[in-house]
Write a protein that binds this ligand. Sequence first.
Ligand code: RAM
Length: 349
Amino acid sequence: MTFSLKRVSAGIAVTAVAAMTLAGCADTGSGDSGSGSDDGGAAASGDVSITLLPKNLGNPYFDASEVGASAAAEDLGAEFEQVGPTEATPDGQVSYINTAAQQGRSALLVAANDPNAICDALNEARDAGTKVVTFDSDTSADCRDLFINQADAAGIAKVQGDLIAEQIGEEGEVAILSATANATNQNAWNEAFIEYVNETYPDIEVIDTVYGDDEDQKSFDQTASLLQSNPELKGIVSPTTVGLAAAARYISDSDAKGEVALTGLGTPNQMREFIEDGTVTAFALWNPEDLGTLAAYAAGALVAGDIEGAEGDTFTAGDLGEFTVGADGVVLLGDPFVFDADNIGDFDF
Ligand code: RAM
């Protein structure tokens, strides 16, 4: 099953690498990590301005999305900034949403830390004329114009389920090391994962879900306590790039190396050393840079009035090609891709 995912996704991944090289050059100096200040009011003068608000700053996954979004903004002739909290909380995001609305930003690209808690702020921004595009982690559909979805939950559940099953011989105890407890994306993926594993692998038991809050140290500590309190544990699945890298770091230096399997969602650059030292044999992801690219082009199409976010609307996202808005204002990037020792050298993000 993994094989077919690789085959299906290979074209997407290769395109993504080519696009990333170009975008990486264009990004110099465009990021404004955390300042929150900007030459506001750009939209009022008729110019297009795009603000990227990730779950938190300092995560290489969102840094890659910023590279894609800022290159797309440049292509659109839009002014671009990234702002955000250091901790992945909804409260931390609200002040940035309010500021974007007050500044009359044309569009806000948001990876939501909670499906509902930032909705009032987002709807106030929309009332003030700012288009809201969620990406990576959605809100409730009535507080954004579009959601740019990296891959569907069933596909993410299946790739992680098949990977861990293969790595533990289809039997034994497995635990999930997740991101924050309110994250829309991980919660949907975990629910789908448990359902998929229960249906497909009756001898695997998902015994616990713990939360590292997308903080490196907390994820590291949670891995240690999972292993200590579950001596029979055969595998850990971490559907977060922060969690997977932290868990790999812990396991690589512990007795669990070679005994407890680890997989999930990770970036090739963070996972390379753990693939090379044998801690991890395979993991999955999409290209987060492409996700940022697609979100920014979608925002540009909304601001220009080319689309309204209705099902069937189509727009072009630069080199990524044409996309169609699906039901509930969702635009799908593609399928997850599996990374292993044979292909990880081809990727640099
Ligand atoms: C972390 C974040 C992000 C998620 C990835 C897989 O970087 O939680 O939201 O999509 O992992």
